[in-house]
Design a protein around this ligand. Structure first.
Ligand code: OOG
Ligand code: MG
Length: 253
């Protein structure tokens, strides 16, 4: 298996907005190899001037696992080019078949990030926010195996963060929803994320450490969606809302 070739294929699929066949249909590869491909394809982006701004967790809720037919925790990198500003209008033709999902975001404040639990991890966070992630699988029909999606940087394509809030704003057991043009499309509870969204952060920091991804002050972590994702169409207002965290939105054109 040629890791570089696969990474290049995935990178080009994202650049040209052209979906490719699942890698796993031709080549069998394991989890370690899929993360190696992810890091090579991200290195190609870094060379072009993008930089890592954080990490995202995936398949942290049953709703997402069931929607995509994949049942293990995954993690990917968020880069500077993926940032969308609150209220911005995005060009759908810069994506392949984008979907949106509501997320909870953490802003890190510390460089010492080891051996944490749901209580101690809070000391490493300066604020929390409601967010929306745009996922855009580089595979045809948004279909993939666990290895495929990891190699594809976990479908990461965009994210928008709402107003950062103090930790006194509770993020456990709160209603969270995705709305399109004012209508609730998916609704869930934040505890659908690993029973407690802080668990997702603990896992993210553990995985980052195990994989030599050094995180620190200013890095963003997305906890993973608590609800299924929804395909985007032109001229929509996409909004995520969580009780106590407010809302965040962007538009499509
Ligand atoms: C993979 C990304 C999963 C989440 O929040 O669970 C993810 C995908 O669904 O294409 O971002
Ligand atoms: Mg997500």
């Amino acid at each position: 298996m040629n890791y570089n070739k696969i990474a290049e294929k995935l990178d080009n699929a994202a650049i040209n907005q052209e979906a490719i066949d699942q890698i796993s249909l031709e080549t069998s590869f394991n989890l370690e190899q899929s993360y190696a491909i992810q890091s090579i394809s991200m290195a190609r982006r870094y060379i072009r001037g993008e930089h890592r701004v954080g990490l995202k967790m995936g398949f942290t809720s049953k709703a997402k696992m069931e929607q995509m037919g994949v049942h293990d925790l995954i993690w990917g990198r968020l880069t500077s080019n993926m940032k969308i500003t609150q209220g911005e209008s995005i060009e759908l033709n810069e994506f392949i078949h984008p979907r949106a999902e509501p997320e909870i975001a953490f802003l890190l404040n510390d460089k010492e990030l080891s051996d944490l639990n749901v209580d101690t991890v809070k000391e490493k966070v300066s604020s929390v926010a409601i967010a929306i992630e745009i996922i855009d699988s580089r595979y045809k029909n948004f279909k993939f195996s666990l290895e495929d999606v990891i190699a594809d940087n976990c479908s990461s394509a965009g994210f928008v963060i709402g107003e950062w809030k103090e930790l006194s704003n509770k993020i456990t057991d709160i209603p969270i929803a995705l709305k399109i043009d004012g209508e609730t499309i998916h609704a869930g509870n934040s505890n659908a994320i690993m029973g407690n969204p802080w668990e997702s952060l603990v896992a993210a920091l553990r995985l980052a450490k195990e994989n030599g991804e050094y995180l620190g002050e200013g890095d963003i972590i997305l906890a993973g969606a608590a609800t299924p994702a929804e395909y985007l169409k032109e001229n929509q207002l996409i909004e995520a809302e969580a009780t106590g965290l407010g809302s965040v939105s962007f538009k499509t054109k």
